[in-house]
Design a protein around this ligand. Structure first.
Ligand code: HEM
Length: 392
């Protein structure tokens, strides 16, 4: 009810401290007609055909490029974050990994820390540092936007990326609008996708039967190829057990535990009245871990998605990507990124946890020690040569 009545009975509502970090033109904060327009523009840049025809190759190459540099011990969450950041930058403005991306990521990590700190500038040095870092990231992005605007004359060859689409959009957007928009997209896809990648590996490691079955699926794809190879859309579509693992990780980990809304009118629900103007938290975690909907809900069971036997109905109760007009525009992209990552990891390495590591759920879902693992490389043929220099 909450998700499907956005704009009618509920509207999204974030505290001012978060809005300052996101920027007022971020998609997450927009409302009404402008939100609709920007949401569909974002969707058009992360839909299945764009991923199939353009992004999949970039995702696959970037993952291989990163895995090629791994030593025998890594902090998995840090590596996954590096990969997802580089992927988003590539998708947004076509930059390959390099100095520019590394420099911006350093500042950007400080911005993210600000989301989970005390939002009072006088009390929290983390929050003050986050605001300063946000300014630096915004400056770096502004420079890119200005340059691209200058190059973006009729008759010149254009990059078919998100920035290009924003610059060409009918009605036009100001530099400030574009920067806020890009920055929010970096926020939305970074922690979420990289945490799911890491937790999928952790849960699989703790469920050897699922790991074995998944490895079989990926070894089969690998065996059908000559080497080295790029993954195709058909390969991705054939990863059926992988999708079960991704779904189950999303359900079980609940990295977005729920969403905040504000009521725009008095609402009567199940005998209670929620007055107009109240804040509501729609908890996905409470639903995803409810045994009424998911049998044996507190165990990691990817097979429940094979037969749909381990749950009643999914439509309304499985909402890791939200729903309604604010449905996550990156839902398919995230799935592809995670699947490709798992393919390359499973066909290149075996691993064991380097230390005991515990999951914590506050202020975000993550592991305490960033999931350190020892790796054993089996297959150097998956490595890829990738142009290392950035476009900037
Ligand atoms: C596993 C990965 C991801 C998860 C679990 C996730 C989850 C979510 C959820 C639950 C929402 C709804 C928020 C709300 O209703 O207030 C959302 C919105 C959003 N997500 Fe994702 N997301 C993921 C990856 C991504 C990626 C890769 C992108 C990049 C394209 C992205 C971009 C966005 C944007 C821009 C919004 C705001 C949509 C709007 O308010 O209209 N997400 N995401």
């Amino acid at each position: 009810m909450v998700l499907l009545n956005e704009g009618r009975m509920f509207e999204c509502s974030y505290p001012g401290s978060i809005s300052n970090l996101l920027g007022r033109h971020s998609l997450l904060l927009m409302k009404g007609v402008l939100h609709k327009r920007m949401h569909s523009l974002t969707m058009s840049f992360a839909n299945s055909s764009i991923i199939r025809d353009h992004l999949l190759v970039d995702i696959d190459r970037l993952v291989r490029f990163n895995l090629a540099g791994w030593k025998d011990r890594v902090l998995l969450i840090e590596e996954a974050k590096k990969i997802t950041f580089e992927l988003t930058v590539k998708q947004l403005m076509s930059f390959d990994p390099g100095e520019w991306t590394d420099g911006v990521r350093k500042e950007y990590v400080l911005v993210i820390e600000g989301f989970f700190s005390l939002p009072f500038p006088l009390l929290s040095s983390t929050y003050r540092r986050a605001i300063r870092a946000r300014t630096k990231v915004a400056e770096a992005l502004s420079l890119v936007v200005r340059r691209r605007r200058a190059e973006n004359r009729p008759g010149t060859t254009k990059n078919k990326d998100m920035l290009g689409a924003l610059l060409d959009a009918e009605g036009g957007f100001s530099d400030e609008q574009i920067v806020d928009f890009l920055l929010a997209l970096l926020v939305a896809g970074y922690e979420t996708t990289s945490t799911i990648m890491t937790l999928a590996v952790k849960y699989l490691t703790e469920t050897p039967q699922a790991l074995a079955q998944l490895k079989e699926e990926h070894d089969r794809i690998r065996a059908s190829k000559s080497h080295p190879y790029d993954l195709s859309w058909d390969d991705y579509k054939s990863m059926s057990f992988t999708q079960c693992v991704v779904n189950e990780t999303l359900r079980y980990a609940n990295i977005i535990g729920g969403v905040f809304r504000r009521t725009t009118t008095d609402i009567d629900i199940k005998g209670y009245r929620i007055p107009k103007g109240w804040r509501v938290f729609a908890s996905f975690r409470a639903v995803h871990l409810n045994p009424e909907y998911f049998k044996d809900a507190r165990s990691f069971n990817p097979w429940r998605w094979q037969s749909n036997s381990g749950m009643s109905t999914t439509g309304q109760v499985f909402t890791p990507f939200g729903g309604g007009t604010r449905l996550c525009p990156g839902y398919e992209l995230a799935r592809v990124e995670i699947s490709v990552f798992l393919h390359r990891l499973l066909t290149t390495f075996s691993w064991v946890p380097a230390e005991d590591d515990k999951l914590v759920f506050f202020p975000t879902t993550r592991t305490q020690k960033r999931y350190p693992i020892h790796l054993c490389r089996h297959d150097p043929v998956n490595d890829v040569d990738q142009k290392q220099s950035s476009s900037e």
